[in-house]
Design a protein. Structure first.
Length: 177
């Protein structure tokens, strides 16, 4: 049994769709006339409203759906801005190991002055690049920016799911209780 009934307007005869909860109340017709909805007993004697008389085919955008949509759009925008700001900074950080310059000298024929130059060459090179302060700092900053990027992507995916969910989720139908 339907919970919606058709009540004709006494002035323009337009069909008004009223529900059981409106029994005894006054509703306004599109022509502007104030129509008194009959009591529950008389209301049940009226013809049931078919989906053509109510807007049952239309989805209702509740406040929650609208809020979810707006939050999703804002999250996507914030995630895009974060990604746009952080990605170039992260890409600019050098986390590659430094190049090691080989010195090709025959040690058997080396003169003392050349031996001193070779020693200075090797002394100035860092053989263990992972322990240099600049490399450690670059790795820490790169990892931190990576976490921010992952959070931005996660926020974007969450925002996209909110937008898609609010659009596709079947809401309550207008005209039905």
């Amino acid at each position: 049994m339907s919970n919606r009934f058709i009540l004709p307007c006494p002035e323009c005869q337009a069909p008004l769709s009223v529900g059981l909860t409106q029994a005894g109340e006054t509703v306004t017709c599109s022509c502007g006339a104030q129509v008194l909805v009959p009591a529950l007993r008389e209301l049940k004697l009226l013809p049931s409203a078919s989906p053509t008389h109510s807007s049952a085919g239309q989805r209702a955008w509740s406040t929650q759906r609208g809020l979810a949509f707006v939050c999703g759009v804002l999250m996507i925008a914030a995630a895009a801005m974060l990604y746009w700001r952080i990605s170039p900074q992260r890409a600019a950080i050098n986390i590659e190991k430094p190049a090691f310059r080989e010195l090709t000298i025959d040690l058997d024929t080396l003169k003392p002055l050349d031996a001193w130059a070779a020693w200075v060459h090797f002394r100035d090179q860092t053989l263990d690049y992972r322990n240099t302060p600049k490399y450690i700092e670059n790795r820490v900053v790169h990892a931190e920016l990576s976490y921010y990027l992952y959070a931005a992507v996660a926020a974007g995916v969450l925002g996209l799911s909110l937008v898609v969910g609010s659009v596709l989720w079947p809401g309550s139908q207008r005209g039905s209780t």
